[in-house]
Design a protein around this ligand. Structure first.
Ligand code: MRU
Length: 376
């Protein structure tokens, strides 16, 4: 019963003209948003981008669990905030007659939501924060429900503000004329809005710097080719998609100035877990003296872990690797098997700087991370 994978997601299909206005135009929409009229969580379905821009509307915490697991919503900060709204929905669903019973239902929902994906620490971080709010004293279940919605909304708003602050610090690292390799998707879609590493690039672009982005396609789920390229087109930032295995070539031939990516969990020594392929990219960048920056909010930093060795790495279904086509035919033999780790760890020695909302952190990370985390 704790695995609600059978829940169907409600789908709202929108006309594409209407959608462009909705997402990036005057009528503006975040990657995920609370619909206060319908009392539901609305989100962009990232599985069908860029060919379709569809919203899904979720009214149970079980459907939020499923949207995270299936990656309708993905990206460390976005899944954290989605889970926070999952708790709001759990409170709404609960039939509990008093505050203590409601708390028990919330704890159970938090367990389910927390099991959706293991690597990004933003997910347990957000759930812990919501349960912390639930732990305060309330005179009625209605008061507790209202406090949970306030907290989730606050987290969503904070995420956007933090991203802008990281972007401002990070943009100082980018020079006019830079060519940047970017891995996975770290833009508005990976967060509530604006983005982490891609937010830095976007900020530099808005400052008038001319930037060219080499977009790692990011096998197997193609977050780069599908999502980052789509976002860059919206922002008018020039880019070329490259296959992941071309990054070494561009680095070795002197065509790249910087590497930027996000992070799903940073250990206290500065080791960074991020989308699979980040490690190889960092190795190639270091071998060619190109700096590597990871851009993360402090909610992605896990001071409980001494090193990246302790970070749980998600392994996803082998079909994500196997189900590819070549000339409209299956590209892999029937019955082939695959391995599909979704993340890897870049050892801190390969990272030049970690950009946070508190500023850019340089080595020795162990000391500098402890300092900023104490302040927060
Ligand atoms: O599997 P995903 O698409 O959720 O992985 C996302 C990433 O690896 C991002 O780089 C990371 O979440 C940081 S970006 C905000």
């Amino acid at each position: 019963t704790n695995d609600p994978t059978h829940v169907k997601l409600n789908r709202l299909m929108l006309e594409s003209a209407q959608i462009e206005r909705l997402f990036f135009g005057e009528v503006y929409m975040r990657t995920l948003e609370w619909d206060s009229t319908a009392k539901r969580l609305k989100m962009i379905d990232q599985r069908v981008l860029p060919s379709k821009l569809e919203l899904i509307s979720l009214d149970t915490y079980q459907s939020v669990y499923q949207s995270i697991k299936d990656m309708a919503v993905r990206g460390a900060p976005a899944i954290g905030v989605a889970a926070a709204f999952g708790i709001v929905l759990a409170a709404q669903q609960s039939q509990a007659g008093d505050v203590d019973m409601l708390r028990a239902d919330l704890n159970q929902a938090a367990e389910v939501l927390g099991a959706s994906r293991p690597t990004a620490v933003n997910l347990p971080w957000a759930l812990k924060r919501m349960l912390g709010v639930a732990g305060h004293t309330y005179s009625s279940t209605a008061d507790l429900r209202a406090a949970l919605l306030d907290e989730a909304q606050r987290m969503a708003d904070e995420d956007v503000a933090l991203n802008r602050s990281m972007a401002a610090y990070g943009a100082e690292l980018i020079n006019d004329g830079d060519t940047i390799i970017h891995h996975c998707n770290t833009g508005a879609l990976a967060t509530v809005d604006w983005g982490t590493a891609l937010g830095v690039i976007r900020m530099a672009h808005e400052q008038g710097k001319h930037i060219h982005v080499l977009v790692d396609e990011t096998r197997p789920r193609l977050q780069g080719a599908r999502l980052t390229a789509w976002e860059l087109s919206q922002y008018g930032i020039p880019y070329d998609i490259i296959s992941d295995n071309a990054a070494g070539y561009f680095l070795h031939t002197g065509q790249v100035n910087k590497v930027f990516y996000g992070g799903d969990r940073v250990a206290r020594n500065g080791d960074v877990a991020n989308k699979i392929g980040s490690y190889m990219l960092a190795l190639a960048a270091n071998a060619n003296n190109v700096p590597v920056y990871s851009v993360v909010p402090t909610s992605t930093i896990d001071m409980e872990l001494a090193s990246g060795d302790e970070i749980p790495i998600e392994e996803r279904d082998q079909d994500e690797v196997l189900n590819i086509q070549f000339q409209n035919q299956p590209a892999t033999p029937k019955g082939a098997s695959a391995r599909n780790p979704a993340f890897d760890v870049t050892p801190h020695e390969l990272i030049s700087g970690i950009v946070t909302e508190k500023g850019v952190i340089y080595p020795p990370f162990e000391i500098h991370l402890a300092k900023i985390m104490q302040e927060s």
